[in-house]
Design a binder for this molecule. Structure first.
Ligand code: PLP
Length: 397
């Protein structure tokens, strides 16, 4: 298979333009270097790829459908296709990356898996694959998120993972990530850190994008079957760290016929001070090993992010997306809490699909851009809404 460095705008040091790199403590140099080598080997190893693809098919249930949403299309006067990542085992795209990452860990001889999680989706996906492959699993989760995402905490426990509540900072995703990195520094020999998005030091953003690239590979062949051309006019995805968007954009990044649209979480509004729109409201800085757009004060203190959606509540963004936005390749749109909620209720009533709150941010873009009747618009429906029922019910009028 083609190496991701041939497709993504990334250089040898892991820079996407001025973003990316690997800003890590010295104790992790060897780990990150070994990871880079092991990843390069597995991209070229047909047996690794075959095992990964068999699990995607038989265990995750791929390919996920590309569904023409007729009533939604009629409402917006265009052709809206939904890429149904919500139908994957464990309910979101996260499992695509978790499977490949844990297979890679096992190949490297690692016996202990650690992960960070926000809403719990990445924790559940990682715990699931660890159960499947019989590996020890420790998940760091902010104490605030532990309290508000109990069903996912219980799922992880039932799967045999140890969930560690993190009490520092805001007690959310950023703090859980800090703690996972700390653990990794203390246990560099036996431990593999499975990062849940296209963030962290190189090679993680490239590796996770590659492990999610199955999304756009399927979109190409599904569109080809459905309409006789293998590209859409628009691909729209939400971005927290950017992994579902990276997977949906991947095979279209170098195709200028396809317009890429990223929906950031506006929270209460990008100018409200309560937002997670890190591209629009951030400044260049370093977070979790990568140079990117970070929400920070003028003297470099992280500003706590806010979004109704725990999966988008992160003060940074993957370096690929910072670069795609910086160069104008991707259009970035901020979607506020209310707009995402309305988009979720609309999809539910028109199509009988309850989306994850994160995915609802991508759906809301339909209200913020205009499309032509013959446009083909693909929206990546990154996950299902089961975990968000309490929020949806409490905001219903
Ligand atoms: C975690 C999550 C996201 C945000 O993460 P990305 O890495 O930006 O994709 C989006 N949607 C769902 C359903 C998630 O679980």
């Amino acid at each position: 298979m083609q190496h991701p460095a041939e497709i993504l705008p990334v250089d040898e040091k892991g820079f996407y333009g001025k973003f990316g790199g690997a800003y890590i403590p010295e104790i992790l140099y060897a780990n990150v270097d070994n990871l880079r080598k092991a990843f390069n080997e597995c991209v070229d190893d047909p047996s690794f790829i075959a095992e990964y693809e068999a699990l995607l098919r038989d265990y995750v249930g791929r390919p996920s459908p590309l569904y023409l949403a007729r009533r939604l299309s009629e409402l917006y006067g265009t052709n809206v296709y939904l890429k149904r990542e919500d139908l994957n085992h464990t309910g979101a795209h996260k499992i695509n990356n978790a499977i490949a990452s844990v297979l890679l860990a096992r190949r490297m001889g690692k016996t202990r898996i650690i992960a960070e999680t926000g809403a719990g989706q990445h924790g559940v996906a990682t715990a699931t694959v660890c159960a499947l492959l019989g590996l020890e699993c420790v998940v760091y989760m902010g104490a605030t998120d532990v309290a508000r995402q109990q069903p996912n905490v219980q799922r992880m426990k039932m799967l045999g993972a140890k969930v560690v509540p993190v009490e520092s900072g805001n007690k959310t995703l950023k703090d859980a990530t800090n703690e996972a990195i700390r653990d990794w520094c203390c246990n560099p020999r036996d431990t593999f850190y499975v990062i849940g998005s296209t963030v962290g030091p190189h090679p993680y953003p490239m590796m996770v994008a590659y492990f999610q690239s199955v999304i756009s590979r399927e979109i190409k062949s599904q569109l080809s079957d459905a309409i006789g051309r293998d590209y859409p006019d628009y691909v729209i995805a939400c971005i927290g760290g950017g992994s579902n968007a990276a997977g949906a954009f991947y095979h279209f990044i170098n195709d200028s016929r396809v317009r890429l649209v990223a929906a950031e979480a506006g929270g209460h509004g990008v100018d409200s001070g309560e937002t997670a729109a890190s591209i629009m409201r951030g400044h260049e800085g370093i977070i979790h090993g990568s140079r990117t757009m970070v929400m920070q004060t003028p003297d470099g203190q992280i500003v706590e992010p806010y979004s109704i959606s725990a999966g988008l509540d992160y003060p940074g963004v993957g370096p690929l997306h910072a670069h795609l936005a910086d160069t104008g390749r991707a259009k970035v749109i901020a979607v506020d809490d209310d707009e995402a909620l309305q988009a979720a209720y609309r999809l539910t009533r028109l199509e009988g699909i309850i989306p994850a709150l994160e995915s609802s941010h991508a759906l809301a873009v339909l209200d913020k851009m205009s499309f032509r009747p013959d446009d083909v618009v693909v929206i990546n429906l990154s996950g299902r809404g089961d975990k968000d029922m309490a929020t949806y019910i409490s905001h219903m009028q």
